[in-house]
Design a protein around this ligand. Structure first.
Ligand SMILES: Cc1cc2nc3c(=O)[nH]c(=O)nc-3n(C[C@H](O)[C@H](O)[C@H](O)COP(=O)(O)OP(=O)(O)OC[C@H]3O[C@@H](n4cnc5c(N)ncnc54)[C@H](O)[C@@H]3O)c2cc1C
Length: 300
């Protein structure tokens, strides 16, 4: 890793580099062992220099947004993690567009749109992810998904060169986008097409959606939201509840008593606990209802 650090320092002298950084500090599950190298670029130039060096040296590289859809193994991440948290600029345009850098949190994006009198992104205000992670996942809730608003994305390819995707080229589908097929691509910024709206009405909608989350979701425990994708024709949470799994634990990993679709960390859960609980839920639901539950959470 020393040669890699030296190359990074030479390409991006001011880039923040930490060694053996525990991923449990950077995931909403609060689970995960150390990353060999953890990089915090502050500019798009630093990001592209880091991508070019790491991909050029064939160092395994993981892009991290807000870590709200990741379960990282207890052994950690070999290679480098690039965290986009510092790349968080959000701007609105005259034409009803909003452009946000990859690390901008969706809560900030939604607030900025509301203040500018732009409607369309309220659904995302309570999703605790970054723009990069949300585009990668085609995050969605209630009446919306990223696919409905994202019209343009600038990204870096595996060599660190910038390209632009427009419209259907994003390949959006349920909880996926073209970025899933190209793990060496990095979302740098995305533009969303929004519509003019009344700021007070937009705020009311955001407040209502936030309340609905607080009422239904176990937000006081570390989790990654819904652990499983919605199987066609069913709700994962309902199947898990009907299988009698609410409250079931493996170590400190537990099926939430409040919302069975959420697996939570009751405090000190390991990735191994969580993986065993995921397997138990999948096996039980398969046996009881013949439905295969697929993980929405990315296991790293
Ligand atoms: C309490 C709670 C509620 C949630 N509710 C919802 C919900 O209603 N709807 C929903 O869809 N999700 C929900 N989620 C899950 C999660 O917030 C979303 O999937 C979110 O979009 C993930 O964004 P992130 O920045 O945290 O991504 P991360 O977890 O950091 O990363 C997710 C994936 O995206 C990749 N990635 C991240 N940034 C980039 C980038 N710049 N370029 C390329 N790849 C990148 C990562 O490598 C990884 O594979 C919830 C999670 C929690 C904890």
């Amino acid at each position: 890793m020393n040669a890699c650090k030296a190359a990074l320092r030479s390409a991006a002298p001011d880039i923040e580099i930490w060694e053996n950084e525990p991923m449990s500090r950077h995931t909403t599950f609060a689970i995960g062992g150390p990353a060999d190298l953890f990089l915090l670029p502050r500019t798009a130039q630093e990001l592209s220099a880091a991508v070019a060096v790491l991909r050029g040296m064939e160092v395994p590289t993981l892009l991290l947004g807000n870590g709200s859809n990741m379960l990282v193994r207890d052994t950690g991440v070999r290679g480098a993690v690039i965290c986009t948290a510092e790349l968080d600029d959000v701007r609105t345009g005259e034409d009803g567009t909003l452009t946000a850098c990859a690390g901008a949190l969706l809560s900030r994006v939604a607030r900025k749109a509301q203040r500018a009198g732009l409607t369309g992104v309220e659904f995302a205000g309570g999703i605790p992810g970054s723009v990069g992670g949300a585009v990668f996942m085609n995050a969605g809730a209630y009446d919306g998904q990223m696919a409905g608003i994202v019209c343009r994305t600038d990204y870096l390819d595996g060599k660190g060169e910038m390209h632009t995707l427009e419209g259907a080229a994003h390949g959006f589908d349920y909880r996926r986008s073209i970025f899933r097929d190209h793990p060496d691509w990095t979302v740098v910024r995305s533009t969303m097409q929004l519509a003019p709206g009344d700021p007070a009405a937009i705020l009311d909608k955001m407040t209502d959606l936030a309340q609905r989350r607080r009422d239904k979701q176990p937000l006081n425990y570390p989790s990654a939201g819904s652990t499983f994708k919605r199987p066609q024709g069913y709700f994962a949470g309902r199947l898990i509840e009907d299988a009698g799994l609410k409250g079931v634990s493996v170590g400190a990993a537990q099926v939430s008593e409040k919302h069975a679709g959420f697996l939570i960390n009751r405090g000190g859960a390991t990735c191994e606990d969580m993986l065993r609980l995921i397997a138990l839920v999948q096996k039980t639901v398969q046996e009881r209802f013949g439905v295969a539950l697929e993980c929405e959470v990315r296991i790293i």
